[in-house]
Design a protein around this ligand. Structure first.
Ligand code: AMP
Length: 237
């Protein structure tokens, strides 16, 4: 499927072109329409499938095109600083030709990092990509305006639970507006993920994509996949 079929903002399409994405990957084709339709989504997909752009693209488009008040619009919670940096760079690349603002918030930095993050949060960066513990620390300081938040993504949710972030995640979610769109991405379908999903998602669309082989570098070969609807196809770059 071509990205032009989604009626994306022209600046976003420029970013997609600059990233040299010609066609959607299977996970993108499956979840982007649901996210654009405002549905909560629970997606089971591994790294290497293009899952990051599968949620970034429709969310960037929504933030660009839907009128909303001030404040942080979208929070993406991830398990590690490495993933926070990676997603943040991905976001900056795809939104390069748009006025979207973003900040990565993660542990392990020094006092300067904390002040930089605090300033971006006070100025209401539209996208925040964060690890749970550090985000919780900022929220507890009282200057983070979450009243206008519309989109929440939990990426690699299974890993976050394995790392013991359940309470931190639930603390953060407790501070968010109840009326929001929530997306949960996980590599596995562990029962604890389903329990978490049941608590925080509203009538989610479930998408499952399992590769027949472990993911390697995307675009280097065929990726065979199977969805929950027993739909089988191939993707060739
Ligand atoms: P991810 O699964 O999100 O970690 O993405 C794996 C890699 O696939 C990243 O390097 C992305 O830039 C790349 N990628 C994502 N979507 C596409 C696409 N539609 N076409 C080509 N490469 C893509």
């Amino acid at each position: 499927m071509k990205f032009t079929e989604f009626n994306f903002d022209s600046g976003l399409l420029e970013g997609i072109e600059a990233a040299n994405y010609i066609k959607t990957t299977p996970i993108q084709e499956l979840v982007i329409p649901h996210i654009l339709n405002g549905k909560d989504v629970m997606a089971f997909a591994q790294t290497g499938t293009g899952k990051t752009a599968a949620f970034l693209l429709p969310l960037i488009n929504n933030v660009l095109t839907k009128k909303a008040g001030t404040g942080i619009k979208c929070m993406i919670i991830v398990p590690t600083r490495e993933l926070a940096v990676q997603i943040s760079q991905h976001l900056e690349g795809l939104s390069y030709f748009t006025p979207i603002s973003s900040i990565a918030v993660y542990g392990g930095g020094d006092g300067n990092d904390f002040i930089q993050e605090k300033n971006a949060l006070i100025k209401n960066a539209e996208f925040v990509v964060c690890t749970p513990g550090k985000m919780m620390a900022h929220i507890k300081m009282g200057y983070v305006n979450l009243d206008g938040l519309q989109y929440l993504v939990l990426d690699e949710a299974d890993r976050m639970l394995d790392m013991g972030f359940y309470n931190d995640i639930m603390f953060i979610i407790g501070k968010l507006p109840q009326k929001r769109q929530t997306l949960l991405f996980s590599a596995t379908m562990a029962p604890k993920i389903k329990t978490l999903a049941h608590k925080i998602l509203h009538q989610p669309i479930e998408v499952s994509l399992s590769l027949s082989k472990p993911p390697e570098k995307l675009c280097s070969r065929h990726l065979w996949f199977m969805t929950s609807k027993k739909y089988r196809s191939s993707f060739i770059c």
